[in-house]
Design a protein around this ligand. Structure first.
Ligand code: SAM
Length: 226
């Protein structure tokens, strides 16, 4: 049946792709990729020969109409991003919303995403949490952080290694020294590491040895007693 499949792909370890994801990627008429060269490596690894087309944040507005037309004419299309689940700090929202507005069925497969293992690995409560993704780099950063200062749910942030020190310093200013924090680095990869402690402790560790690779930061929510 013609529809859009949103297909999560591994965030490191290729064994994390699901059997259903592989079957769908083999079966669809076209795979929309954030970066075709990167996805081709994954597809070649699994001997998937489906046609690919580029679909990223710089062309999605221009491309989405064409994708809708293709599905309406009977094509099955899959969307993948470079890693993890499309739509989670990656392109995916626009095409999902447009399909829904056009009465086109969407099917998002469950699968790899970085924030879930980081949240569970943190040991910080995971019953209620808020996903913040990447903080704004300049405009709106201070306002965003101030809004979060009394957030009582656990907070999840994505960050790159060269900005981590600045972000931890901002966290110290806004959340104080004592809140629990956990940094998950290179999840599912050879050098996977979880760094846990108070904001002050983790800031000390990161200042001594700046981390390499991809990072998720988990911060404990506000508690009245603190
Ligand atoms: N769509 C992805 C997902 O579902 O998690 C997120 C894509 S976003 C462009 C990339 C960010 O995700 C990285 O900067 C990092 O914060 C996080 N990330 C992705 N892979 C990771 C990994 N293996 N370990 C830790 N963080 C990761």
């Amino acid at each position: 049946m013609a529809k859009l499949y949103i297909v999560p792909t591994p965030i490191g370890n290729l064994e994390d792709i699901t059997l259903r994801a592989l079957n769908i990627l083999k079966d669809v008429d076209l795979i929309l990729c954030e970066d075709t060269r990167r996805s081709k490596k994954l597809l070649n690894h699994f001997k998937i020969e489906t046609k690919v087309r580029s679909h990223h944040k710089f062309n999605e507005h221009k491309e989405v109409g064409l994708v809708i037309e293709k599905i309406k004419s009977g094509d099955k299309i899959a969307l993948v991003s470079d890693a993890g689940t499309p739509g989670i700090s990656d392109p995916g929202f626009l095409i999902a919303r447009t399909c829904i507005e056009n009465n086109i069925e969407i099917d998002c497969l469950p699968g790899p995403t970085a924030f879930v293992p980081a949240l569970i690995n943190s040991g910080i409560p995971c019953d209620k949490f808020v996903f913040e993704g990447f903080l704004p780099i300049k405009k709106g950063r201070k306002t965003r952080l101030e809004k979060l200062s009394y957030e009582d749910r656990t907070m999840v942030f994505y960050e790159s290694p060269h900005k981590i020190l600045r972000t931890l310093k901002d966290f110290k200013t806004v959340f104080g020294n004592e809140r629990k924090i956990s940094i998950s680095r290179e999840l599912t990869k050879i050098f996977e590491e979880n760094i846990r402690g108070s904001i002050l402790e983790v800031l000390g560790l990161i200042s001594e040895k700046p981390p390499k690779g991809e990072l998720v930061i988990i911060v404990e929510g506000y508690k009245k007693s603190k």
